[in-house]
Design a protein around this ligand. Structure first.
Ligand code: MN
Length: 725
């Protein structure tokens, strides 16, 4: 077990100004809080925070991070709370400990790949200080190194989580050394057999390669020395999990993994890198297309190096990687290599250039000076358009920013969406339209009586929810139309002492005449009001058409339209059809002259809306049901429509009288007039007038506008009454 003194010495070795007071205080605090606790292995619990701090010190992180390593479990596992940490260690350390604790509380439940990706994003987006992630990675590394004492089931769970979540985060942050260890250890627990076999194969091939490697290194040492280039030459064997992945991905055997071993040449300057590349490619034959310049074009996790694959004397290709010592440190330690703090500030000056990779990573143009600014940008820029939402069980869902609780319900499951009546966010009840925020725990409330409504289309923001609702509504409408159409058609047959049942098969004979493709569509068409039941009966049994001319019996729908319009000749025509039922929608109450649109309703004919009607957008989600309509040409067919006007006036006596006098003088009937004073400031007059067309309405509005004391005149918005579909 590492001793505190070793840790302190390690920190001082790379940062002689380190605040060891803070470190010592953290150690004493942690030792006191964890006193008496033991790990599964029987060791004192304190070994764990000490080892985690040691891993952080190996990354050469600042004293605050190493101290947080010592303190990272006290809030989670002892009676201490964050307030106490804050009192003892200040806001900075408390904030980091709080961040690590928060991550520990998240439960990882699903194993789907998508879920894992969500989780990685979540972790990166949720923390506002990357050091929180670094401490968490160190914590996980030590835990997985000491997994042996747990039950196999727990081992597998932690290993899976590490492979799905933490190793990819390490990769994204460029920390390949830690990533490699996390992956290999996880793999050894997840597939012990496969790991063991591959490991022994690798050992065998490594042994076979030893002489080759030795001779290559010997040649390199000689030629570089001749050229006067100072270099450190190493060889590396590909890690077990990487090899396994490559073999699986490319469906190849171990012998075909061409970069099984690689030679690394570390030099002092970028210039030397390119010189060495030249020397190497001169010494052996390079494989065309395998020279890669990651110095000029760093990978987006900031990895820089030159790679070349050459063919050795025995015809075996091998990879050579050339980089500076500094690039090597970045390649191994990633973001941690850059994360040197000096009293809370990033070291400036000559280090600035190294932050170029961050800008690459973030496609972020501004100058990076303040680490906090950088971190907050990291948080925002990585995934600006998404929010991460939890279920109470800890599953994570990614939704677009602005999504509502109803959207979330549809993400959980379509049926959950259809039955949704509300939600609980962090245990508080919220309405369907509640806009979700990052990290909220959302529980959907359902009821077996609930069902989607057209208004829901206004609430949802995601196309997934929208199309689920539309599908439901269309399906529902079709069912309704079929049911109604069947009833109406049966009734029409019965009028002639026949039944639909008897003639149902014949419906498919008339589909061509009606322009539909199935008998079902004939029936639905009646329900939708596209054709009348009578029309269909007469097509199926032509001799009945004669009866009509003789008897002139009236259809049920015909009387319905009379009821709606109180007149038989509609002022509105549907283009291409003379026989359709048409009525003015009550929600917008269009008047002659206004631009209008027709909408085929279920069983009620065609409702005509003003193009400005606020209901229209929702109604026309199904464009098939839109029809062109126009006002009949006959002028002055005598139809009069009530129109409600709202007039804003100064608070002056006599205004109402002036208005009514003016309106009467232009030969307009006033059906209702009322006036009130709003907030003691201005008057509001509501006037219902009877008009024939928009021309007349415009005239009325203009005349009222000219009256002294009138500020504004407008058509009243339809009342809250629901529109008829
Ligand atoms: Mn821990």
């Amino acid at each position: 077990m590492i001793r505190y003194e070793d840790l302190e010495e390690k920190v001082l070795s790379y940062n002689s100004n380190a605040d060891v007071e803070l470190l010592r205080k953290a150690y004493i605090f942690s030792a006191r809080e964890h006193k008496g606790q033991v790990r599964k292995s029987g060791e004192p619990y304190l070994t764990h925070p000490l080892e985690v701090a040691n891993i952080l010190a190996e990354m050469k992180l600042d004293v605050a991070s190493v101290s947080v390593g010592l303190l990272h479990d006290v809030v989670e596992d002892t009676l201490t709370d964050l307030t106490t940490i804050r009192e003892f260690f200040g806001d900075g350390v408390a904030h980091l400990v709080g961040g690590v604790t928060k991550i520990s509380k998240i439960e990882f439940s699903s194993r789907e790949e998508q879920q894992a990706e969500n989780f990685r994003k979540l972790l990166l987006a949720m923390v506002d200080d990357i050091r929180v992630i670094l401490v968490k990675l160190a914590d996980r590394l030590h835990n997985i190194r000491t997994l042996g004492h747990l039950s196999p089931e727990k081992q597998r769970r932690i290993a899976r989580e590490t492979l799905d979540i933490y190793a990819p985060i390490a990769l994204r942050l460029g920390m390949s050394r830690i990533r490699g260890e996390l992956e290999d250890l996880s793999y050894s627990y997840l597939d012990p057999e496969g790991y063991k076999n591959l490991l022994s194969d690798i050992e065998a091939r490594k042994k076979d390669s030893e002489n080759l490697i030795k001779s290559i290194v010997g040649v390199l040492e000689k030629v570089l020395d001749e050229q006067g280039i100072q270099a450190r030459i190493e060889s590396r064997i590909k890690r077990v999990y990487s090899v396994a992945q490559k073999m699986k991905r490319q469906k190849i055997g171990l012998n075909q993994v061409y970069d099984f071993f690689a030679i690394r040449i570390l030099v002092d300057s970028v210039r030397d890198c390119y010189s060495v590349l030249g020397i190497v490619n001169n010494q052996w034959n390079p494989v065309p297309g395998r020279i890669k310049d990651f110095i000029a074009m760093p990978r987006n996790n900031m990895y820089q190096s030159l790679h070349t694959t050459v063919v050795g004397e025995d015809g075996q290709p091998f990879e050579i990687q050339i980089r500076t010592h500094e690039m090597h440190r970045v390649a191994e330690e990633g973001i941690a290599a850059h994360w040197k703090y000096k009293e809370g500030k990033l070291t400036e000056g000559k280090d600035d250039k190294r932050f170029l990779w961050l800008r690459h990573l973030l496609e972020w143009q501004r100058e990076v000076k303040d680490p906090h600014q950088f971190l907050s940008n990291l948080k925002i820029d990585l995934y600006p358009d998404e929010v991460y939402i939890f279920t109470p069980k800890g599953e994570v869902f990614t939704l677009p920013r602005g999504a509502t609780s109803l959207d979330f319900a549809y993400y959980v499951h379509t049926e959950v969406g259809h039955k949704c009546v509300g939600a609980k966010v962090n245990r508080r009840i919220v309405p369907l339209k509640y806009i979700l925020n990052n990290g909220e725990i959302v529980e959907i409330l359902t009821s077996s009586d609930a069902k989607p409504s057209r208004d829901w289309l206004k609430i949802v923001k995601t196309s997934r929810a929208r199309s689920a609702i539309r599908r439901w509504l269309n399906q529902r409408q079709k069912e309704e139309a079929l049911e109604l159409g069947r009833k109406l058609l049966d009734k029409a047959f019965r009028k002639h002492k026949r039944t639909l049942k008897k003639y149902e098969e014949k419906l498919s004979d008339i589909t061509g005449q009606l322009g539909v493709s199935s008998a079902e569509e004939v029936i639905a068409g009646i329900g939708y009001g596209k054709f009348s039941a009578k029309q269909v009966v007469e097509l199926v049994v032509p001799e009945l058409a004669q009866a009509k001319e003789a008897g002139g019996s009236e259809s049920k729908l015909g009387s319905m339209v009379r009821r709606v319009l109180r007149r038989s000749d509609s002022p509105i025509q549907v283009k291409g059809h003379d026989d359709l039922l048409v009525y003015r929608a009550r929600c917008c109450n269009p008047i002659r002259g206004e631009e209008v649109v027709g909408y085929i309703t279920v069983g009620r004919g065609i409702s005509v809306h003003s193009v400005n009607c606020s209901n229209l957008e929702n109604l026309l989600v199904n464009p098939d049901r839109r029809v062109e309509v126009r006002w009949t040409d006959e002028d002055g067919d005598g139809a009069r429509y009530p129109v409600r006007l709202q007039i804003e006036t100064e608070d002056r006596t006599g205004v109402l009288a002036d208005i009514t006098t003016t309106v009467s003088s232009i030969k307009t009937n006033i059906l209702d007039a009322r006036a009130r004073v709003i907030d003691g400031h201005y008057g509001l007059v509501e006037l219902t007038v009877e008009v024939g067309d928009t021309k007349q309405l415009d005239k009325i509005v203009n005349c009222i506008k000219k009256i002294g004391g009138v500020r504004d005149v407008g058509r009243a918005k339809p009342s809250a009454r629901k529109s008829r579909r």
